[in-house]
Design a protein around this ligand. Structure first.
Ligand code: TXA
Ligand code: MG
Length: 326
């Protein structure tokens, strides 16, 4: 049984204290961050992390992000160079993850970092995530709280659909704000964009004063292509991108004015007014809802690539990619 505590009814501390206690005891707790819901485990507890991989059905070579409440806590696990400090000061707390060398006495379990010499760190902005981190006083490793290969959850109900009975607790803090995962920047050499996400590339480049190196092409497997499994954000339906007309039986994921013939009951609009921030917030829940209509194919209208559009298009390409054999 998975217990659900909701911060809409309870005072925040009544939900966050049991969450921290559960994590300290080796439990698995899903909680809201500003990007997507995370599935947390105590980052220093190897057996809790092993349970986490099992609950998600995640390949264990895919390393996890360590969440911490403050820059001071981040510096206990990772070594910051000038670039990293600049980005941390500009964007934390917020939807940015930095991949940095581990400190010599980094307490994060090797299981969470998949044996790498580096660790991915982020300070989330969500008040519930912050409260749990403060209460626990240890890093929380947290992938998105979905079964591996499924769409990332943006509500507590999504988490329950995927993980009910497999985890101990869900803290329901309402729908998330950003809707796509954090942007990941590698800071061990020339800064490189490893995953587009909730912090637009242009904002990062403006702070650095230089362009970010490009991410390597997606591959099916491989520990060094960081989490870049080609098919990752996958609904059961096929996904057809950049649709400019509708084919028989397709559901439609629209952006702006919908295509002619948009099927009633099988059309959802990411943003009728063409706003990329609104579209990011709706992306995963709309994909899930269209998948649940039972349509064999979801046609997706073209989405601009500026700002958050880069992350949205990245997630859609993954949803549309060939699926690895089950
Ligand atoms: O917004 C987010 O980042 C959410 C919330 C819960 O914080 N978390 C999230 O975690 O998206 P996850 O596990 O779904 O994605 C983590 C990504 C993976 O692509 C992983 O390969 C990469 O971070 N990663 C983790 N550690 C890494 C490392 N040391 N080097 C390179 N990539 C790393
Ligand atoms: Mg994920």
């Amino acid at each position: 049984m998975t217990l659900i505590l909701t911060t809409k009814i309870l005072p925040a501390a009544e939900a966050t204290r049991p969450a921290a206690e559960c994590l300290a005891a080796g439990g698995l707790v899903a909680f809201p961050t500003e990007t997507v819901y995370g599935l947390g485990a105590d980052g220093t507890n190897g057996s809790a992390i092993a349970r986490l991989y099992e609950a998600k059905g995640r390949p264990s070579f895919n390393p996890l992000i360590a969440h911490v409440p403050t820059l001071e806590a981040a510096q206990r696990i990772a070594r910051f160079n000038d670039t990293a400090f600049k980005l941390a000061r500009a964007f934390w707390p917020g939807p940015l993850t930095l991949v940095l060398p581990k400190t010599a006495d980094c307490p994060v379990s090797d299981l969470a970092t998949a044996g790498l010499e580096t660790v991915a760190v982020r300070i989330p902005a969500h008040p519930v995530a912050q409260a749990i981190l403060q209460a626990l006083g240890r890093p929380i490793v947290a992938p998105s709280a979905n079964r591996s290969g499924h769409v990332s959850p943006t509500t507590a109900a999504h988490v329950r659909d995927d993980l009910d009975g497999r985890i101990d607790l869900i803290v329901d803090g309402g729908p998330v704000q950003v809707g796509v995962e954090s942007t990941i920047v590698g800071c061990t050499g020339t800064p490189i964009l490893l995953r587009p996400g909730g912090t637009p590339r242009a904002a990062i480049e403006a702070v650095l004063g230089t362009p970010l190196a490009r991410q390597p092409a997606p591959v099916q497997n491989g520990p060094l292509a960081p989490g870049m499994l080609a098919s990752h954000y996958a609904p059961s339906a096929n996904v057809r991108l950049n649709a400019t007309e509708l084919r028989n039986g397709e559901a439609l994921l629209a952006f702006g004015p919908p295509l002619p013939g948009a099927p009633a009951g099988r059309t959802l609009n990411l943003s009728p007014r063409g706003d990329l921030i609104e579209a990011a917030a709706n992306l995963f829940s709309h994909l899930r809802a269209l998948d649940e209509t039972g349509a064999r194919t979801i046609a997706v209208m073209p989405i601009p690539t500026a700002g958050l559009g880069e992350a949205i298009n990245d997630r859609l390409r993954r949803a549309a990619a060939e699926r690895p054999a089950p």
